[in-house]
Design a protein around this ligand. Structure first.
Ligand SMILES: Cc1ncc(C[n+]2csc(CCOP(=O)(O)OP(=O)(O)O)c2C)c(N)n1
Ligand SMILES: [Mg+2]
Length: 647
């Protein structure tokens, strides 16, 4: 049997598996796997270097399925190539506990690199992976870092704005090892893309500095040639615009939106199998020669992996490699912070130390480097001509920054961060959510964390953002009270490996507190003892709480102050510790310059929550504090009235 014929059988196998799995689950997306099967067979069969016996091999090529609804294509390829993805896993497509979720979640051990589903996120994460590869290759050497990033993207990915942001930066940075295959099938859920999408995609990407190819997405020889040419371009990222047919080969459903996200139906599945010369009564059919075809293809990666391991054992760069890929726990040295300092400035002052101790520390801001104080002064700028740069200038592209940081974080070898004003976390929330879902250790640095940023006004003043980020599972939200807590917050963030951390930092100066060191890692701790009332505060309101406690003391009221910089860490502590800190049977008051939503979890029924349940205002910081009730005198008054009512 010739190669072309065997390849065709490989394509048929994937189409069969995708149709059968969707049919059995009675839900899912058969159209895309059928439409991109030819491309999948060429890419995985001839180009992608991965090793199913060591899926997390650090120098593997990365494959990102940005059109994650076509997950059955990925799962089929993983199964056929011999990754730990069984035929039973395919039979359990979309079922509870199965790794074959509706949209890919992150399972590095199975060969699933990233979570996709929200269209465009994979596109952005692939850009992050390509940045990670380029930087690490420069720092460690191509002997140990030498791979590529491939991705499949769809109409939806290209319509989403995040792909424009990410592509713009990828083209600007000349990420030549990034190769995307665009499933140009002219169909989306609501029908023909002619209703919504008429731009010249090739011209758009060329204008952003990409090479583009027009390819018949079912002509495997053409795909092979274009891929080979794309790999030879050492200047630009590549977009292969593959003209395809959704549900290719289905007699009545090919080229229809119906094939996007619904089972084809038993009759159509049968007719498709008959049309492609496949046994119509077999389900989940994998002929032995096709299995052998993929196993043989995987030998390519396995050989490369073995050679890589031999090089690692002998290479003078192995020590450097370990510094990046196997970093020890981080301890930051303490400093004398003086009397008053914005927490963003304390954070900025730590950068040099972090940069020295953590070689993989890399990142940047969305055009707010100076304001967010996130520059590694000796780090240089990452650019087309300087891959060693550790400061990444994301431009005004928060959406892309979020996805790119995630891509770098899951790539391995790096500890990336992305920075902007807290208010603009809204512009990157989908990526923050995916970092939490993927358990990616991305670090989000958000400064200007409250109304006290002042004159820029309510468009720039976060209100509900704290509550909304706290509601997100697996995200640690840390709002340090002063410089000392800021250093501890960075230590926590840098040592976290199982998920992201958001650091919320002030624009304005806040007093450096007299506090016991180490409390931040517990999420919350007693800053000042007291037995009549407990004032619980975070960030820039902690010193106000301390001031109020002092005034209350002069009125004969013993007020405890609890600093609670991180709810998630606090809720991880024992019940004993928590009730020791918050006290039992003592009235509780919360103080935070943000929406009070959620604070009843801390202060309980009958507690007092001092916050801001309205939009802010454009005015100097002191006026805002006065008008919104955050001066020491006002807080003291409120607490006194609250206690009077309680008595
Ligand atoms: C951000 C986002 N919005 C909406 C969706 C729902 N959705 C899934 S696929 C899709 C579009 C399908 O069209 P296309 O991307 O061309 O995929 P195809 O049908 O060609 O496989 C939409 C709107 C999503 N997954 N993510
Ligand atoms: Mg489409």
């Amino acid at each position: 049997m010739g190669k072309t014929e065997l390849e065709q059988r490989a394509v048929n196998t994937i189409k069969g598996l995708a149709m059968d799995a969707v049919q059995k689950a009675n839900s899912g997306h058969p159209g895309m796997p059928m439409g991109m099967a030819d491309i999948g067979v060429v890419l995985w069969g001839e180009f992608l270097s991965v090793d199913p016996s060591f899926p997390t091999w650090p120098d593997r090529d990365r494959f990102v399925l940005s059109n994650g609804h076509g997950s059955m294509l990925l799962y089929s390829l993983l199964h056929l190539c011999g990754f730990p993805m069984t035929l039973d896993d395919l039979r359990n497509f979309r079922q509870w506990g199965s790794p074959t979720a509706g949209h890919p979640e992150r399972h590095p051990g199975l060969g699933i690199e990233v979570t996709t589903g929200p269209l465009g996120q994979g596109f952005g994460m692939g850009v992050g992976m390509a940045i990670a590869e380029a930087h690490l290759r420069e720092m460690i050497g191509s002997e140990l870092v030498d791979h590529r990033t491939y991705g499949f993207v769809s109409d939806g990915d290209l319509m989403e704005g995040i792909s424009s942001e990410s592509a713009s930066l990828a083209g600007h940075l000349g990420l030549d090892r990034l190769v995307y295959f665009y499933d140009d099938n002219k169909i989306s859920i609501d029908g023909a893309t002619s209703k919504t999408f008429s731009e010249d995609v090739a011209a758009r990407f060329q204008a952003m500095g990409w090479s583009t190819w027009d390819v018949d997405g079912h002509d495997r020889e053409a795909i092979r040639q274009a891929t080979g040419q794309a790999l030879m371009d050492e200047e630009r990222p590549s977009l292969l615009i593959c003209h395809t047919h959704i549900a290719h080969g289905a007699p009545t459903k090919q080229d229809t939106a119906k094939a996007h996200g619904a089972p084809l139906g038993d009759d159509e599945v049968r007719a498709t199998k008959v049309a492609m010369g496949w046994p119509p009564d077999e389900t989940f059919y994998v002929p032995e020669d096709v299995a052998e075809f993929f196993r043989a293809a995987m030998d390519r990666g396995a050989k490369k992996r073995r050679a890589w391991e031999e090089r690692l054992a002998a290479s003078p760069a192995a020590g450097t490699w370990r510094q990046y890929f196997e970093p020890p726990p981080i301890r930051l040295a303490t400093s004398d912070w003086g009397e008053k300092l914005a927490t963003r400035s304390a954070s900025g002052a730590l950068f040099e130390q972090i940069g020295e101790k953590v070689p993989g520390f890399i990142g940047g801001a969305a055009d707010l480097v100076e304001s967010t104080k996130t520059e590694l002064s000796d780090g240089g700028s990452f650019s087309k001509s300087n891959r060693s740069g550790r400061n990444i200038h994301f431009g005004i592209r928060e959406h892309a920054m979020g996805a790119i940081v995630n891509g770098m974080a899951v790539h391995g070898g790096l500890r990336p961060y992305g920075a902007t004003f807290f208010i603009f976390s809204d512009y990157m929330r989908p990526a923050v959510r995916l970092s939490a879902l993927m358990e990616a250790p991305s670090i989000w640095v958000y400064t200007h964390d409250s109304v006290f940023l002042g004159e820029d006004g309510p468009t720039h003043q976060p209100i509900e953002h704290l509550a909304s980020l706290r509601a997100m599972p697996n995200l640690w939200v840390i709002r340090p009270a002063d410089a000392g807590e800021t250093a501890e917050a960075w230590e926590v963030a840098l040592n976290r490996t199982s998920g992201p951390t958001a650091l919320l930092l002030t624009r304005q100066g806040v007093p450096v507190l007299d506090r016991p060191p180490g409390g931040l890692a517990l999420g919350g701790y007693v800053l000042r003892p007291g037995s009549d009332v407990v004032l619980v505060a975070t960030g820039s309101e902690v010193w106000v709480a301390v001031g109020a406690a002092e005034q209350l003391a002069s009125e004969g009221i013993s007020a405890r102050v609890v600093s609670l910089p991180c709810w998630e860490l606090f809720f991880e502590q024992s019940e004993d510790y928590r009730s020791e800190v918050l006290g039992e049977g003592i009235p509780r008051v919360s103080l935070e310059a943000a929406a009070t939503f959620g604070w009843e979890r801390i202060t309980g029924v009958g507690g007092l929550n001092i916050g801001i349940d309205r939009f802010g205002a454009s005015a100097p910081e002191a006026a805002i504090a006065e008008h919104l009730g955050f001066t020491i005198g006002q807080v003291t008054g409120e607490v006194t009235r609250f206690l009077d009512k309680h008595r």
